[in-house]
Design a protein around this ligand. Structure first.
Ligand SMILES: NC(=O)c1ccc[n+]([C@@H]2O[C@H](COP(=O)([O-])OP(=O)(O)OC[C@H]3O[C@@H](n4cnc5c(N)ncnc54)[C@H](O)[C@@H]3O)[C@@H](O)[C@H]2O)c1
Length: 373
């Protein structure tokens, strides 16, 4: 890599710690130029914790700094559009936390702007680049379950208001289980099985109001302004049929995270919100589940893999030289899938996808830790 790409981080909330830890200690080919937050004390705290020299007054001061190449947008989902748009307008490449925008239209507008400006745009999740999902991809591509025909994918929980210090945004536009956890599932599924053709779904909510039980807002009312239970069927371009549900209305359940059923076996995929886990395989000749070893690096919480991959592409001269794995081609397709659930539910008809998706190359199993291929 010719030079270290300098990254400016917007948002120093809950998820910023693991990003800053990995970007300053694990990944060797990038540099954190500085941080900012609307609440300055948060930026000060993280700058002190991770040895970051520059705290910008606001995102505009960061975007005006010519030494910053790439912006990491880790604000709340409904804030992603404005923060990313302003960065692109200022000529910066952007990696955004999920979702790309709070609506498909926001995502499309950002992609149009990035293309007009010749800038890179991409985003989370990057868990698909970790050891667990990459191992599953290898197993499927090498034929261990034969031809994939069907999928079960479940994220069912009771919402984050018992642990997140600021849980209100999970129940507003851009929040909910499909926008919060759906990206991990949809990104994993398309990485394993290719693009989605159509989505049929029904969505609803069990509670109009919920009570925050985190210590920061204990007892406060949260108005629920979005669906909190999504149930649907995805038809992949390959013909694979997936049953998928995402919920904040379920106390407990015994469904798997993801299972993929093939003509010659079943693959149990680890929690897509993690980088590692234990893939399991069931084949007719075994008539039992087998635990499989991880074949790829990064089994630990390696948040930052995606932006480091993007930084490497920028440093090497762009995508005509080196393809990047977590680009908008992926996050926009994922965003359209997430939005398709509600659109299908509202219209009572299957939603036909307009974006097409092609998988990028897999990770390399041989590696120098903290340096990408
Ligand atoms: N919390 C998690 O465990 C987690 C895990 C994975 C992904 N994420 C994603 O990370 C993103 C952030 O989530 P979070 O939990 O850290 O939220 P948070 O509310 O804890 O933090 C967001 C921060 O962004 C700041 N901010 C908002 N607009 C800003 C602006 N214009 N300029 C500067 N700062 C600004 C806020 O002041 C806040 O401190 C979301 O997209 C979420 O989906 C969160």
């Amino acid at each position: 890599m010719s030079r270290k790409i300098r990254i400016g981080v917007v948002g120093c909330g809950c998820i910023s710690g693991i990003y800053l830890h990995n970007m300053t200690r694990l990944f060797k080919e990038i540099e954190v130029a500085g941080v900012c937050d609307l609440i300055r004390e948060r930026a000060e705290k993280q700058a002190a914790a991770y040895g970051i020299k520059r705290i910008y007054k606001d995102m505009y001061e960061m975007y005006a700094d010519p030494s910053v190449d790439l912006i990491l947008n880790i604000t709340r989902p409904y804030q992603h559009y404005e923060v990313t748009k302003a960065a692109l307008e200022a000529g910066k490449h952007v990696f955004s936390e999920k979702p790309l925008g709070a609506s498909f239209e926001e995502g499309l507008a950002l992609v149009k702007l990035a293309e007009e400006k010749g800038l890179m745009l991409g985003g989370a999740p990057d868990t698909f680049m970790g050891a667990g999902i990459q191992t599953c991809r290898r197993l499927i591509d090498d034929g261990y379950i034969g031809r994939p025909v069907a999928v079960s994918a479940f994220f069912l929980g009771h919402g984050p208001e018992n642990w997140h210090p600021d849980p209100d945004f999970f129940y507003q536009r851009g929040g909910g289980p499909m926008f919060d956890m759906g990206p991990y599932y949809a990104t994993t599924l398309i990485n394993l099985l290719g693009g989605v053709k159509s989505v049929s779904a029904v969505c609803g909510k069990a509670f109009d109001n919920r009570m925050a039980t985190c210590k920061e807002h204990f007892g406060e009312n949260i108005e629920v302004n979005i669906s909190t239970h999504y149930s649907g069927t995805l038809l992949f371009e390959s013909g694979v049929i997936a049953t998928m549900a995402a919920s904040f209305d379920v106390y407990s359940h015994t469904h798997p995270h993801i299972e993929i059923y093939g003509t010659e076996g079943t693959l149990s995929v680890p929690d897509p919100n993690t980088f590692g886990g234990s893939p399991r395989l069931w084949r007719p000749e075994d008539k039992a589940w087998r635990d499989l070893p991880l074949l790829y690096p990064y089994p630990e919480n390696a948040r930052g893999l995606g932006i480091t991959d993007m930084a490497k592409t920028i440093a090497e001269g762009g995508e005509s030289v080196r393809r990047c794995r977590a680009t908008y081609r992926q996050t926009l397709h994922v965003l359209e899938i997430l939005c398709a659930f509600q659109k299908s539910s509202d219209t009572g008809a299957a939603y036909q996808m307009t974006t097409k998706y092609e998988r990028e190359r897999p990770m390399k199993a041989e590696y120098a830790y903290g340096i990408l291929d």
